[in-house]
Ligand binder design. Structure first.
Ligand SMILES: NC(=O)C1=CN([C@@H]2O[C@H](COP(=O)(O)OP(=O)(O)OC[C@H]3O[C@@H](n4cnc5c(N)ncnc54)[C@H](OP(=O)(O)O)[C@@H]3O)[C@@H](O)[C@H]2O)C=CC1
Ligand SMILES: Nc1c(N[C@@H]2O[C@H](COP(=O)(O)O)[C@@H](O)[C@H]2O)[nH]c(=O)[nH]c1=O
Length: 427
């Protein structure tokens, strides 16, 4: 099986919540408590714009009546321009199917998916009929299992899923080890009510209290503190040893876990352009993450959308970036490298994953990315897509790196994923 197919199986799962200082995501009143500031709501809008689907639990729908849509017109336009639907798919989980036909969800723009039990599906038939709109209701048997939901979303082409709550849904994703990333916006207020919904309920979280989430960054958005964590997966059984060729459980474990084991698990061999290369499942996961990051780039008609991740020798992510992240000319590799101090001792042992071959000539900057990589001391680069002649003819970034002794691995099976965010360009 081509491993592109296997990589499509499950989306990257990003949990997002706004919490009070005392850990509540709402108060006990019937009215929705807005914890975020306007600036933070705009940030959430941006995150939504980078996702293919937004999922909530039925209680959130019943209480808040959200539409789960991108508000900002330029973000919607950017999605259309790169070939994505204007709005992400809205997804709801409900066991009982008790949802009112007047909810705004039924009339939202974009796809509408409901995962429910068979009994819930029977109950919803009338509701959906009464709403008069096009809704896909999926009966999953006696219970709705989250891994099956993720498999189904993956099969529908959802690669990046944003989970917006509420607390029981967040708890379930975390307890089942199905979350990749967590965004927590801490708002400066104290709810102080015992019956206000908490962000998380008690649950047997993988690894228990001994497991530390990995801090990606903490930033301020006005008076709100945004904390972003990567959620390491704790394998329940022995790690899978599937090779790249046989496919497998890709995306069911966090890249870092896989990468930590990468070398001892036996590297799979893959036929890549330029000869046989050592490619591990970890390489595939990290490179897939880089291609996913490319979808966060502000759109441009004059530059590629690229994502990059830097991973240390222990298999831990140390930085990531995407094109135009902080200025209109910034490249993904440059953005990722800029977040690390020069001379960082982890760099010589690190691998840089980039969805596109690093550039070797630039008009807007003095130094191209291939040179920045060499100066950083990175010795291994993994790419998905050779640069086409769209903007610069005959890019030789890979050759520059190889000639300087850097190992460059190309995984052409992910080229399609790397091209996708650039579909609007004349490739
Ligand atoms: N501050 C924030 O960022 C956010 C706050 N909120 C707040 O959260 C509160 C709601 O949270 P909470 O009460 O925890 O409820 P949830 O929104 O987590 O919804 C729980 C419901 O979702 C359905 N569900 C969840 N998991 C499954 C499953 N595996 N299979 C089938 N159905 C499932 C069930 O629906 P059913 O009962 O129909 O069977 C369940 O009762 C609201 O007050 C809302 O305002 C919500 C989102 C974001
Ligand atoms: N209150 C609250 C959130 N609440 C959640 O936002 C979603 C509604 O969005 P919309 O479709 O735009 O109405 C829904 O899931 C709701 O519960 N989100 C946040 O980032 N910050 C907040 O303070």
């Amino acid at each position: 099986m081509a491993y592109g197919g296997a990589l499509m199986t499950r989306p990257y799962v990003l949990l997002s919540a706004a919490v009070s200082i005392d850990g509540r995501i709402d108060d006990a009143s019937p009215r929705r408590l807005v914890l975020s500031s306007p600036a933070d709501l705009d940030r959430v809008d941006e995150v939504r714009a980078g996702c293919d689907a937004i999922l909530v639990g039925a209680e959130t729908l019943r209480r808040d009546d959200p539409r789960l849509m991108i508000r900002d017109a330029s973000r919607r336009a950017a999605r259309t321009e790169r070939g994505d639907p204007e709005q992400p798919i809205g997804v709801v989980l409900t066991a009982g199917g008790d949802l009112d036909p007047t909810l705004r969800f039924w009339r939202r723009d974009g796809g509408r998916l409901v995962y429910t039990t068979d009994a819930g599906a029977a109950r919803l038939a009338g509701t959906v009929g009464a709403s008069g709109t096009d809704v896909t209701v999926i009966g999953m048997g006696a219970e709705v299992r989250l891994p099956a939901v993720l498999d189904d979303l993956g099969a529908r082409g959802v690669r990046r899923l944003m989970v917006e709550g509420g607390g029981r849904v967040h708890t379930a994703f975390l307890a089942q080890g199905l979350a990749d990333e967590l965004h927590l916006a801490v708002a400066p207020l104290l709810v102080g009510q015992a019956d206000a919904p908490p962000f998380l309920h008690p649950a047997p979280f993988p690894g228990g209290p001994g497991r530390r989430l990995r801090l990606l960054d903490a930033t301020t958005v006005g008076d709100v503190v945004l904390i972003r964590y990567a959620v390491p997966r704790v394998p329940e059984t022995a790690p899978p040893e599937e090779s790249v060729e046989t496919g497998l459980a890709l995306r069911q474990e966090e890249p870092a876990e896989e990468a930590r084991r990468g070398t001892e698990d036996g590297l799979a061999r893959s036929e890549a352009r330029g000869g046989r290369r050592e490619v591990s499942d970890a390489d595939l996961r990290w490179l897939r993450l880089a291609t996913d990051l490319a979808r966060l780039c502000p759109p441009s008609r004059t530059a590629f959308s690229v994502g990059a991740v830097i991973v240390d020798a222990e298999g831990r992510e140390i930085s990531r970036g995407h094109s135009r992240e902080s200025d209109p000319h910034e490249h993904a590799e440059e953005a990722a490298l800029a977040k690390l101090p020069p001379g960082d001792p982890r760099l010589p042992g690190a691998t840089l994953y980039s969805s596109l071959e690093p550039c070797c000539r630039r008009s807007s900057r003095p130094r191209p990315c291939a040179q920045l990589i060499l100066e950083a001391g990175i010795r291994r680069v993994v790419i998905a897509w050779r640069e086409p002649d769209t903007f610069v003819s005959d890019c030789q970034g890979s050759d520059v790196l190889t000639e300087a002794g850097v190992e460059v691995v190309e995984i052409p099976e992910l080229a399609q994923a790397a091209r996708a965010p650039n579909a609007h360009l004349p490739l």
